[in-house]
Every structure is written in C-alpha cells, then in structure tokens.
Write a new protein. Sequence first.
Length: 189
Amino acid sequence: MLLVTTGFLVSSSLGILLGILMGANKKVEAFVNPIFLTLRPIPPLAWIPLAIVWLGLGNSAKVMVIFVAAFVPAVINSFTGVRSIEVPQREAAAMLGISRFAYYREVLIPGALPLIFTGLRLSLQASWTTLVAAELVGATLGLGSILNQAAQDINPAMILVGMISVAISGWLMTQILAKAERIAMPWRA
C-alpha cells in the first residue's frame, strides 16, 4: 500500500500541476504536448524492463512504473478540466482584473476540480493495476509475487487472499480519495 500511495501521490501531484499549466498556458502546452503525446501511448507495463535495468528489482522500480501509469490520467483530466471552463467565466475574471494567483485559485482550479478528481480516481486504479503487474513480472516480494507463487503452487486460496487484499486496499484508498473530494468540493456533496 505504501508503494501505491507514494507513486500515486508523486505522479498525481506532478500530473495535476502539468495539466493545469498546459490547460492555462498555450506556450507550456506547445512545448510539453508533443513530448507528452509521444510518450503517452507507451503502456505502463512496457516501462517495467527499463525500470528494472535502471533501478533494479527493488521498490524504486515499482514506484517508477506506478508513476508512469498514474501520471497520464492526472495530466489529461487536469488539462481537460481547465479547458472545460466556460468562456464567460474566463472573461468575467479578466474583466474584474483579478491577479494571476487569484485567477488560478478562484477560477481555474475550482472549475477544473471535478475532472481533476476523475483523473485521480483513474490514476489510483492504474496505480494498483500496475503495482500488481510489476510485481508479477519482476519482484521477489509483494502482492504480485505472492499471486505468482500461488499460481505456480496451484493454490487458489492464496490467490483469492491476494486478490481480496488488493480489493480491500484499493477500496480503502478510494474512500480516502472520496473524502478528500467532498472536502475540496463541498458544493457537490
């Protein structure tokens, strides 16, 4: 759970920041988007061999693969959230002459929050999927490793225990994210 939390928090924080900057600033989008569009189609699991070569079989490689998986939904949904803010809201903010900081804090981020949280839910799901897959392929410890060993030993009970562990952990993290969403957007509760 710690690996998923670490990878998810780092990737979603950076992904949200990059998505907001790309959505709000055409120059940032023009610079970053070609790089992002080139790397985005690569499946997160394709990064596993490179992560193992660069970082070994330890937790760092798993966190890197989780980062890659969770980063893309956070960027795309944050970008889309900023771009979905209606023109009259943007024009009203410009007409009132609010500062750039106030514009981000009072217009862009609140307007983008629903899609940002959608991206966070997708990132969290991608984090769990990728962790288990990464551990199945190249780990000696962890849930994926336990599932792999149970499959080799033909032990369906252990496989079910591993799957239930992932389900419970994922559910707990989803509940924490839902609580954060209710706090961040009380008007939607």
